[in-house]
Design a protein around this ligand. Structure first.
Ligand SMILES: OC[C@H]1O[C@H](O[C@H]2O[C@H](CO)[C@@H](O)[C@H](O)[C@H]2O)[C@H](O)[C@@H](O)[C@@H]1O
Ligand SMILES: [Ca+2]
Length: 591
């Protein structure tokens, strides 16, 4: 890892891994840091560059840890700060960076700040949260925006409710302080009051605590909601951007080279605001593109993917998108029209249990009926579109889900290492696992596990690893421009990634993706490459020369091509696999 490479995140492949779900070292049925550390060789072998760890802090775990009760410690079931430090060092030794979640918007109601705020309104934390008095219904002028629940404070009535399945209002009555407090998520997650400078000062210190331990950055959770204002929807407000710019300025000043990845589930024109003028977040998840990949696949049409990419404004030169197919939440449908949302639910959520809030609580493989061709195609798109891809643990082997578990737990089940007892996740009695192993015979550990797939050259795992090698050997995927090539067949999505390196050498990758199940032919205008011989990165061989201005290609059902086009091609690094891990880092999935 080059410490002077401050733009490492632009070429990185990220991997989201929930500590409690990955590997249990002490047989209590809960994954922990020592367990995760024991799997670093596997992650190095897979070829990921940076791990993103969702919250692992002390928490009542009423929202998977996103309800933090102490910002500067490790949940005792997962380990200690010392074990965390050792894990970060182990990752760095293997060239893997670490970013962790930071939940800025809210705390748990069990956080000492909230407990102090509710019991001592005039004390040091009295103003740490957003408190207001209720207003009896009859006292509200009929002209005012009415609160969602009668009697609630009338403030911020235009803010939507995000967790629609459980919450009726963003205000909840506290019988101790005898006032209402504001929360954008669950009622046990009171929003911090960022109008109070003491709150930001505390948050900055907590951020410093983890950066001092050597981590490489943060995924900043739920940032659009930091500041509220009447008469607005309380999202993406200027004050929110000011807070984030202050965090960025501190990080740049005190910890240069660390990255801020923002989770703003917003439309493209609003998300890009989170990059600021290269002075806010380095990265932002590209929420709108994700559901459209699934939509394009089902409709067998590139239209919605092309349209949303065309809508995304340019981003500042020091910034990068974060792209993903799935994560620890439901597949969110917040950034689609109502019509498209209903389409997605009808196609991908046939059982009502699969619907969660405005999304779908299913994993990648079951979403596409375990069809390897479609899993490949989705990954090919993820790895080739602009942005740094973020994989979700278990998707590399096509793990399944359990829609009968609570909330989003169905996509957070234990990692499947082998087909033996406890699937290699834990030596505890399976009845004591924090969540049960996947039961569905199509996706259960007996048939879907790391050990089997490492030994099978035709497996999803081996295939994905090979693609990551190609991506690593071609910085153009992370750094290149994107040109949608259109073409006469809208079932085929073709685009060009191009990058000129420091020596003035331009590398282009022509990516052709057949979204339909049947073979398709498309004609592409490639006049600028006439006479050149593309190199087929997947077959590791020359492709037929581009003889005319137009290239006619036939692509197999759900097939895709990655063709490298450049002058004097042979000088580029080829597609040979990355070096094997050193002897003492040999992956041992079955331990
Ligand atoms: O901390 C509260 C939640 O914050 C993130 O939520 C995001 O996911 C939601 C869907 O589950 C989404 O609708 C919202 O726009 C996002 O901010 C976090 O990823 C969640 O796990 C967490 O519950
Ligand atoms: Ca454990």
């Amino acid at each position: 890892m080059d410490p002077d490479d401050h733009e490492w995140f632009k070429k990185a492949v990220f991997y989201e891994v929930m500590v409690r779900s990955f590997c249990d070292s002490d047989a209590d049925g809960i994954g922990d840091f020592a367990g995760l550390a024991s799997k670093l060789d596997y992650l190095q072998w897979l070829g990921v560059d940076c791990l993103w760890l969702p919250p692992f802090f002390p928490s009542p775990l009423a929202d998977g840890g996103y309800d933090v009760s102490d910002y500067t410690d490790v949940h005792p079931a997962l380990g200690t700060v010392e074990e965390f430090r050792a894990f970060v060092e182990g990752a760095h030794e293997r060239g893997i960076r670490i970013i962790t979640d930071f939940v800025m918007n809210h705390t748990s109601d069990q956080h000492p700040w909230f407990q102090s705020s509710r019991t001592d309104p005039d004390g040091p934390h009295g103003d740490f949260y957003v408190w207001a008095d209720g207003v009896p219904e009859d006292d509200l002028p009929a002209t005012a925006t009415q609160p969602k629940v009668a009697g609630d404070p009338p403030a911020y009535a235009d803010a939507r409710i995000i967790f629609l399945d459980t919450e009726k209002s963003n205000w909840t009555w506290d019988p101790v302080r005898k006032q209402y407090y504001w929360h954008r998520f669950f009622d046990h997650q009171p929003d911090l009051n960022f109008e109070n400078p003491a709150v930001l000062a505390e948050i900055m210190d907590a951020i410093r605590f983890w950066l001092d331990l050597g981590i490489d950055g943060f995924r900043l959770d739920a940032v659009p909601y930091l500041i509220e204002a009447d008469g607005t929807n309380c999202e993406n407000l200027p004050g929110t951007h000011d807070i984030l710019k202050a965090v960025r300025a501190m990080v740049d000043e005190e910890f240069p080279g660390r990255v801020l990845l923002c989770e703003a589930n917003q439309w493209p024109q609003d998300v890009v605001e989170y990059f600021g003028d290269d002075d806010e977040c380095h990265m932002a998840f590209h929420f709108p593109v994700m559901p459209r990949l699934y939509m394009g696949l089902r409709r067998e049409s590139r239209e919605s993917i092309s349209a949303i990419l065309a809508e995304a404004p340019e981003i500042p030169p020091g910034c990068q998108w974060g792209t993903f197919l799935r994560n620890h939440d439901e597949l969110t449908l917040e950034m689609v029209t109502e019509e498209d949302r209903n389409y997605m639910w009808s196609e991908y959520a046939p059982d009502p249990r699969m619907v969660s809030n405005l999304g779908i609580r299913r994993r990648l493989a079951p979403l596409v009926d375990g069809d390897l061709r479609r899993i490949h195609l989705l990954h090919a798109l993820l790895l080739a579109l602009p942005g740094s891809p973020v994989l979700y643990y278990g998707d590399e082997i096509g793990m399944g889900d359990n829609i009968w578990l609570h909330d989003r737990d169905g996509v957070r089940t234990p990692m499947q290492w082998h087909d033996g007892p406890g699937a290699g996740f834990s030596d505890a009695d399976e009845a004591d696992f924090f969540l049960p192993l996947v039961q569905d015979p199509r996706y259960a550990p007996a048939g879907v596990n790391v050990e089997q797939q490492m030994l099978d050259p035709g497996s999803l795992l081996v295939w994905l690893r090979a693609l990551l090698v190609i991506r690593r050997n071609h910085p153009v995927f992370g750094l290149g421009t994107f040109t949608d090539l259109g073409g006469d067949n809208d079932k085929v999505f073709s685009f060009l990634r191009s990058h000129t390196d420091d020596e003035g050498r331009t590398v282009s990758i022509l990516c052709i993706n057949n979204l339909s199940a049947e073979p398709q032919t498309t004609r592409l205008n490639l006049a600028r490459f006439a006479g050149m011989v593309p190199y087929d990165l997947l077959r590791d061989d020359d492709h037929a020369p581009i003889e005319t201005d137009e290239l006619e290609v036939e692509v197999a059902g759900h097939g895709f091509w990655w063709l490298r086009i450049m002058a004097d091609d042979p000088d580029l690094p080829d597609t040979a696999p990355a070096p094997e891990p050193e002897a003492d880092h040999t992956p041992s999935p079955a331990n």
